[in-house]
Design a protein around this ligand. Sequence first.
Ligand code: ADP
Ligand code: MG
Ligand code: ZN
Length: 639
Amino acid sequence: MNSGFIRNLFVWFIIFASLMGAYQILSQNKVNQSDIQYSEFIRRVNTGEVIEVEIKGNQISGEYIGVSGNTTNFKTYGPAGDDLIRLMTEKKVNFNFISTEESGFFAFLINWAPMIILILLMVFFIRQMQAGGRGAMSFGKSRAKMISKEDNTKTFDDVAGVDEAKDEVKEIVEFLKSPKKFTNLGGRIPKGVLLVGSPGTGKTLLAKAIAGEAGVPFFIISGSDFVEMFVGVGASRVRDLFAQAKKNSPCIIFVDELDAVGRHRGAGLGGGHDEREQTLNQLLVEMDGFEGASGIIVMAATNRPDVLDPALLRPGRFDRQVVVPKPDVKGREDILKVHTKNVPLEDNVDLQIVARSTPGFSGADLENLVNESAIKAARESHKKINMNDIEFAKDKVVMGSERKSLVISDHERKVTAYHEAGHALVAKLTPGTDPVHKVTIIPRGMALGLTMQLPIEDKYMLSRDYLLKSINILLAGRAAEEIIFNERTTGAGNDLERATEIARKMVTEWGMSEKVGPIRLAKKEGTVFLGKEMSSSNDHSEATSIEVDNEVREIIVNANSEAVNLLKTNEKHLHDLANLLLEKETVDSKELNELLGIDSSNDLNVPKDTKTENKQKSEDSSWQGINPETTTAFSDIKD
Ligand code: ADP
Ligand code: MG
Ligand code: ZN
């Protein structure tokens, strides 16, 4: 917003208003006019007291001599008809008519004031629409930000944990460094490189690092910057952007969030979107229009490659796709190293452990984690960040801030303690599940309590057995409540929702039910608003639906009875753990082992040969498994 302009407008308004006021005062030629009634005026004319009268419209002003002998200025309103004129002529009053039209500069201003204000407002709104506009008529100019090679400090060293992606783009750096060398040998360099990955994985960072490594200028624009309310503006921005880039080649053009312009043409609700289509067409035209030798590389980033217009992905356009995945354990450790480079760490900080305990974190999440840890350390006046600061920050990032002020009744607290104890015990007592990292009944975010499990390694594939056990754990909170209090609370709602979701996916997506068989019954979800896949109706019969429902129910019911049985046979442990929770609020894995009399080195949950397990990645790139995050933390939402 243009606050300077608003201030100017305000100043002008004040000046204008004071001028008006001054005029009003000056234009009252007679200063001490007293208002009198029309009847009094007529009476005074009749008695001959009135000497002079000025008539302007129906305003009558003048002078009369009162009984005391001094003259008084008066003013009144009324008709100045023939009768009055006759009377005044008869009484020898000097009278005069004045034109009602104002004249002079101020009159002009007064007449035109509404118009002037309107014009000012219009100018103001146009400025607003240009949003930080660079002077009038810059609509069609590209809004790309150019980062010159001097300003770009990013290099490949700043990007960690995505080594494959880095390898893939290295040749682009070579090309940008010396385009001639490449083309002389007849090498064909991709014009467009599409970076694909979830938010925060470092796509923008990687693109900047490429420019930084190659030492070329970097034009960055977001897809949404092209799209304006006026048709044709986006297209002319694209033209301008490419023209600028040609002047600065070799260089990189980076279109962030390409899906904002690059969505399927003619898709989405309400048919096409002219402006967006024109912009997209212009982008395609420009990409076809320049030769690889011109030294321009167009890069783009998206997290929705599936909604992109296929024309964008044809050869000669974004024909090279580089996947920027979420980092694995090793990658997370490397990213943490990058971001803690200039941060003082206590000796007890082991970044490998931090990396292990942050499955599903993106690079941006990890950066945030380091930042939060530093804030916590500063608040505690630590000289260096220690492990507790990081643990605190992690909980905050994962689960939201602690809500110690939330008022919970003693009974609710007790129910929560048993509920969490139920989750934790079943997790602990079932071999082959993820180790319990911590159990807490401190309310956080939306949750009343939380049991957190941490996988030893990232999981890319989940077995049927593992999923069934996860469902057992999810149902154990409710089971504990039922065993101890013989009541059901809403606290288990979220657990049930997630258990049911897993069970349904097992049946309909992963072919894990004997009765239904290895068949996919669920359609891939697509959002109507994002174009493509307008409908997602079922393509299977009513009978199959019923069978699916039965299978899902059976999985859940079995899991529930398993959880109940396990907890009943270990009821003493359940009481012990719940009491410990009520006392300490948070119980970590060591205390949990002590309580259960488990030797940490002989932990059921930790297989001896962790190194050989789970190392293999899923081949199927479209695999949409359960996010490890969601299977490891069982938060319990108070409804
Ligand atoms: P994206 O564009 O994929 O959404 P960004 O590149 O904007 O993600 O990442 C945001 C921030 O997160 C970066 O500025 C960087 O500090 C951090 N970050 C993300 N990924 C990485 C990574 N692989 N290595 C180091 N830092 C990263
Ligand atoms: Mg980005
Ligand atoms: Zn629960």
